[in-house]
Design a protein around this ligand. Structure first.
Ligand SMILES: [Zn+2]
Ligand SMILES: [Zn+2]
Length: 646
């Protein structure tokens, strides 16, 4: 008999040789029907793998990320078989599961594949899937494996096998198809009910441009047709919401080849939006006890040598700026922290004066490879909503709670409801690789976990994920399309206070090192606005949107009245504009809809007579004819429902 420990801590006895599937069946037949993959003592196994020793077992269904991984990995085998049958003589290389789906890199030789071939490949793959073929792993000797692929003439697999240790090599068979594989499959092909080829692209063997070019075939598969339909609809929606497309349509930002790649230019509407976001955060930060500071865009190279950034990033970054003076070198600021350390260093502090909280909308420059640049999410110059808190170890608890409060306030005011957090702590088996005392680390880790608990965060703790200089908490948000984004990090740092020799006088009259906390709820203004655009589809919260209303006179006759309306809106701090072009109201409404204006205020004969406006909401809802005062009330109610005071 063997003892199997389940994730809930339950220990059950099974006959040696029982499989994860048998374990699932002993729990419930429903689970047995749905289990598609498993992990035994940290190793991914098949649901059919015989278990012959005591250990802990986790069972996965499609709803687990690990289940999806097994599903998509297995689907890449099906894709490979389909391609081999359709295009004889091709050479298969590698085919992993990825975040959404899977790919296979293939040397198509004389064949080529393009979009018009996708339906044929999909049909073939589904045919194979419907055969309900079991995935079966078998061990092979290195010699057998090499012979198999040498006979096939596949030099890619031969190269892979040559780098493997004899005795560790396995093949996976299903139907008539065999592949070199380490395992991690679903029970059989029949579970795959929907199959879609998404894309083909060029890829180099082993990612090396001096090596042969291959074709990467991307696909995705699902256990239900309905899920594929939903996924494809989500992709379509994501294309519509692409921040690069919306940013252009809404005239928020642009890029210029002359200015340089990855250097965004903010247009007036985008600049106003940024300004409003900054004001919003500044106001909350002021209440939370932050003080604004300003630092220059460059700093002496020595500053970054002291901070350690030069050693770590110097070679891959913007290179030093030289001056007429020999040996004088400056760097574009890659981070604000070193400057803020020097601001702290301006005078000695006693523990009674801490914490010090320095905030700055600091623009930094990082050299990203041009292939990595992407709209506003990956740029070379961006502004962080940065702040550094310098406190005593005993103040960490309180400071962490405050930073979490502020971050939650920011996220909820901007319409994010679906967020989680990850707390990264030390790898307890490798304590030597962290700087700072064990006592302080423990204090900080406990402070983060307690604060997360007390604030009711939905969080997970990841051991071994902390940086060498301190533990951290990352916020993750799910956007309206269900995509996960990493946002605002709260990072404890024992390193920079050491490097910059920061001190404070404790109650014992001795000098101590303060703890430093880095935090940025938005991360960067650029990336955050990109995320906000994609999350809201450009329909920003009313308090933030550049223009809240547009007045649409029915004809020239009503322009005077329209201007009067605009005037009283402006007097009530509603951001509005007027469309007095000689166009039909229908056309004006269509354009206002495209420009995502939340309210259209139509004024004609009846409205002018009754001293009212006809209000139409973005999306078409008709709010009828009301007075300007009622409209002002309506706007402020809607704003107050999302934007609470901090
Ligand atoms: Zn496999
Ligand atoms: Zn920092």
């Amino acid at each position: 008999m063997i003892k199997i420990t389940l994730p809930d801590g339950n220990v059950k006895e099974f006959e040696s040789g029982s499989s994860p599937f048998d374990v699932a069946q002993s729990i419930s037949s429903g689970l047995a029907r749905n289990v598609i993959s498993a992990k035994f003592n940290d190793t991914v196994v098949e649901t059919t793998t015989p278990l012959t020793e005591d250990g802990s077992l986790t069972l996965y269904t499609w709803n687990d990320p690990e289940g999806k991984k097994a599903f998509w990995h297995s689907s890449s085998h099906i894709l490979a078989q389909a391609l081999e049958e359709l295009y004889p003589g091709i050479k298969l290389t590698i085919g992993p599961a990825i975040e959404n789906g899977f790919y296979y890199d293939v040397d198509f030789g004389e064949h080529s594949v393009s979009e018009k071939d996708f339906p044929i490949i999909e049909k073939k793959a589904l045919e194979i899937a419907r055969g309900k073929h079991d995935f079966k792993m078998r061990s092979v000797s290195k010699n057998e494996a090499l012979t198999y692929y040498k006979e096939e003439g596949n030099e890619f697999k031969v190269e892979l096998i040559e780098n493997l240790q004899d005795g560790t090599i396995t093949f996976c068979d299903h139907d008539t198809f065999t592949d070199l594989c380490r395992g991690g499959h679903i029970p059989n092909t029949g579970i795959v009910k929907a199959f879609k080829i998404l894309n083909v692209a060029g890829a180099y063997w082993r990612g090396d441009e001096n090596k042969p070019q291959l074709t990467r075939v991307y696909g995705i598969s699902f256990p239900k047709q309905k899920e594929l339909t939903e996924y494809l609809a989500m992709i379509e929606e994501a294309k519509k919401r692409d921040h690069r497309k919306l940013g252009k349509e809404l005239e928020l930002f642009t890029f210029s080849q002359k200015v340089g790649q990855g250097l965004p230019l903010w247009l007036p509407k985008g600049a106003a939006l940024r300004e409003r976001l900054e004001q919003f955060l500044k106001k909350a930060q002021k209440k939370a006890g932050y003080e604004m500071v300003v630092s220059p865009h460059i700093g002496q190279k020595e500053l970054y040598v002291t901070s350690g950034h030069y050693e770590k990033y110097g070679a891959d970054s913007f290179q030093p700026i030289h001056t007429p003076k020999q040996d004088e070198e400056f760097l574009l600021k890659p981070m604000n922290c070193p400057h803020h350390c020097e601001i702290y260093n301006v005078k000695p502090y006693s523990y009674r004066e801490l914490p010090k909280r320095y905030a700055e909308f600091g623009t930094v420059y990082r050299y990203e490879q041009s292939g990595e640049l992407h709209g506003l999410t990956r740029v070379r110059g961006f502004t962080q909503d940065d702040a550094h808190i310098f406190c005593t170890p005993d103040q960490l608890d309180e400071e962490f709670k405050n930073v979490i409060d502020l971050s939650l306030y920011v996220l909820t005011s901007l319409g994010f409801e679906n967020f989680t957090a990850q707390v990264s702590i030390r790898d307890m088996d490798n304590l030597h690789k962290y700087i700072g005392t064990a006592e302080n680390w423990e204090k900080a880790e406990n402070a983060i976990i307690n604060a997360a608990k007390e604030k009711g965060l939905n969080f997970i703790v990841e051991q071994g994920e902390a940086a060498f200089y301190g533990p951290k908490l990352d916020f993750m948000v799910k956007d309206a399309l269900g995509r996960q984004w990493q946002l605002g990090t709260i990072q404890v740092d024992y390193n920079l206070p050491e490097r910059f020799d920061l001190t404070y006088k404790g109650s014992d009259n001795e000098l101590h090192r303060p703890v430093m906390i880095h935090r940025a709820p938005f991360g960067s203004m650029e990336r955050f606005i990109a995320l906000l655009l994609e999350h809201t589809g450009g329909n920003f919260p009313l308090w933030l949107i550049p223009e809240q209303a547009i007045v649409l006179p029915v004809s020239e006759k009503h322009e005077k009245y329209a201007e009067k309306v605009l005037n009283s809106l402006e007097n009530n701090e509603i951001r509005a504009l007027i469309d007095d072009r000689n166009e039909t109201v229908g056309k004006k409404i269509r354009e206002a809809e495209m420009n995502k204006l939340p309210f259209m205020l139509i004024v004609g004969e009846n409205e002018e007579q009754a001293n009212t406006i006809s209000v139409r909401k973005h999306g078409g809802e008709d709010l009828g004819s009301i007075s300007v005062e009622s409209f002002v009330d309506l706007v402020s109610k809607e704003i107050n429902s999302t934007l609470k005071s901090f």
